[in-house]
Design a binder for this molecule. Structure first.
Ligand SMILES: Cc1ncc(C[n+]2csc(CCOP(=O)(O)OP(=O)(O)O)c2C)c(N)n1
Ligand SMILES: [Mg+2]
Length: 570
């Protein structure tokens, strides 16, 4: 035990957990601790809005493999975190959200900046350290940091502001990292037996493979089985796009080659994925999920095994270790899938070629303003090889799913199933802080840009060279698409009147480039990513829109009252 102040215990626990960067906005609530961040070796990154800090912590954690940490003033600063923490929850990001609270000496009196901060985060965190005694700060905080990694998700550290003061005897806990395993031996044996019998095995690889750093084991297993590899929705970086067995992502605006191939599977190995319902919805009018196939699902979280899809074998294990274990079991066995491997390779080749030809045909338009698919194809071709790309929620950003290919993991970050507009840019900023040597590129629609462009302030102040591609189509396009398809073209709230986003960027002190023609896109992207400066590429896009997100969840409107009868659509 050492005698120190609670602020010192707080900062020493951060140091013990390896924290070197914290995103937030200053506040009196934690200024006593903030004052010693620098001598502790912790950089405080001041942002424009706490939501931005939360997303930056998310991007930072996914790239670094360490915690992303954010902190704010009690009350309004803390409530500004909510959207970002919810997004991190569904992205399985180990974000530590530090929420100083109103003083324990006046709690309940409705003094200043008071709200009950525990219920607000209760459904979007894996663990909440609600500190009520200053001499437990280090112990409870250490546990929160440990659980963020062990359970892969955000945690909250809630500290009444008066508890930073005083003096305590304390031992700073060392981080505890729990070793993972491949899974139960019986389930792994059953999984290997299914794979050995399979005549058309397909691997569906999810974010768990990236988090487990299991790409090498996945690749070896796929090569042994000559099994094509599909990526789960928005996990396009799980398998190298140049690999002959690569097929691309399933899900909204995903790869037709992946969909048409998995539809033929007799055994699916779902590796490191919860098989989220949105990610396997029919797309491009293809209902591809192979209902008759036998499914092996591997995940570290036993609660998601068999939750969404019917499965035959459940393996509670680390995706990489489980893949390595199955590989070892299968290596010296006769495998049914070897008998027809050449046919399968030929089939994969045909499906990939057909999908590429379709993408090429869609990307021919030379017009100005620029057709979205042409823009996305040009960006794909000019993307630096080790780029980290984030995408927002929006129609063009979602269509980008067909065009985002990666060679290495930890390269693609999207607003997974929380789907919040405004995610991509601050997440790219956080990613860039974690890996300053890699180009960071955010794809953002003009509507979502209105939510998030304030973080240009952070980039300029902190000299962070993120490239933002803003698709200016003058509309909240993804939602307008619903009004086109379901609401007789009644555009309520979906048309946008934009300023010059390139000009706005310049006035912030960043670079801004307006791009009017497709043949300017490649050079503009290369220039922006090489410049080391924060740059907004404003792509002047047509109003063309791809399929809507939620055709599954919308119905043609029926009105029963006379006054609304003209608003029925049949
Ligand atoms: C925070 C938030 N608000 C609203 C929505 C609903 N929403 C989903 S997509 C979308 C439109 C996005 O428009 P834009 O960013 O311009 O991209 P576009 O669809 O035009 O390509 C909206 C409003 C959301 N997902 N998140
Ligand atoms: Mg738009």
């Amino acid at each position: 035990m050492t005698r120190m102040t609670p602020s010192e215990a707080f900062v020493e626990t951060l140091v013990a957990q390896g924290v070197t960067d914290i995103f937030g906005i200053v506040g009196s609530a934690y200024m006593d601790a903030l004052d010693i961040f620098e001598p502790a070796g912790i950089r405080f990154i001041p942002v424009a809005h706490e939501q931005g800090a939360g997303h930056m912590a998310d991007g930072y954690s996914l790239v670094s493999g360490r915690h992303g940490v954010c902190i704010a003033q009690n009350g309004p600063g803390v409530t500004n975190f909510v959207t970002a923490v919810a997004a991190a929850y569904w992205a399985h990001s180990p974000v530590v959200c530090i929420t100083p609270e109103t003083g324990s000496n006046s709690m309940g009196l409705g003094g200043f900046q008071e709200t009950d901060q525990i219920p607000i985060f209760s459904k979007i965190t894996k663990y909440q350290a609600d500190i009520r005694r200053s001499d437990r700060i280090a112990e409870q905080m250490g546990r929160a940091f440990d659980l963020a990694i062990a359970e892969r998700g955000p945690v909250q550290v809630n500290i009444p502001r008066d508890l930073f003061y005083g003096d305590i005897d304390v031992a700073i806990p060392a981080p505890r990292r729990i070793e993972r395993g491949a899974g139960g031996p019986e389930s792994l044996k059953a999984a290997a037996a299914l794979l050995a019998e399979a005549r058309f095995p397909v691997i569906l690889a999810g974010g768990g493979v990236v988090m487990a750093e299991g790409q090498a084991a996945l690749t070896e297993l796929a090569e042994l089985l000559k099994a094509p590899v599909c990526a789960t929705y928005l996990h396009n970086d799980v398998f190298p796009a140049s690999h002959p067995l690569w097929l691309g992502p399933l899900g909204y605006q995903g790869s037709k080659a992946a969909m048409k191939t998995i539809a033929q599977a007799d055994v699916v190995l779902a590796l490191g994925t919860r098989l989220g319902p949105f990610g396997t919805l029919p797309q491009h009018d293809i209902d591809y999920w192979p209902r008759d196939a036998r499914v092996i699902q591997v995940d570290v979280d036993h609660r998601v095994l068999g939750l969404v899809k019917a499965i035959d074998v459940a393996v509670e294990g680390d995706a990489g270790l489980a893949a390595a274990d199955m590989l070892a079991r299968l290596r010296n066995q006769p495998l049914a899938c070897h008998g027809n491997a050449d046919d399968r390779m030929a089939e994969i080749g045909r499906q990939k070629a057909a999908w590429e030809a379709e993408l090429d045909a869609w990307g021919q338009d030379d017009g100005s303003p620029i057709a979205p698919r042409r823009a996305l194809r040009e960006l794909e071709k000019a993307m630096p090889e080790d780029a980290m790309v984030t995408t927002d929620i929006g129609n063009i950003c979602s269509v980008a799913n067909s065009y985002l290919r990666f060679e290495r993991p930890k390269s693609f970050f999207a607003a997974m199933s929380f789907g919040n507009c405004g995610y991509a840019f601050p997440t790219a900023v956080g990613a860039k802080f974690a890996a300053p040597e890699r180009p960071a590129v955010a794809y953002v629609g003009d509507g979502a840009w209105g939510i998030s462009f304030n973080e240009l302030l952070t980039c300029v102040r902190e000299e962070i060279g993120v490239t933002v591609v803003v698709f200016n189509n003058g509309q909240w396009g993804a939602e307008k698409k619903n009004q086109i398809d379901f609401y007789a073209d009644r555009y309520i709230g979906t048309n946008l009147k934009n300023p010059s986003w390139a000009g706005i960027a310049q006035s912030f002190g960043a670079d801004g480039i307006r791009v009017d023609a497709p043949d300017q896109i490649g050079d503009a992207l290369r220039q922006a990513t090489a410049s080391g400066r924060c740059t907004v590429l404003e792509i002047m896009a047509t109003e063309e829109l791809g399929d809507p997100f939620r055709r599954d969840a919308l119905k043609k409107p029926l009105r029963m009252l006379d006054k609304y009868k003209d608003f029925t659509v049949t």
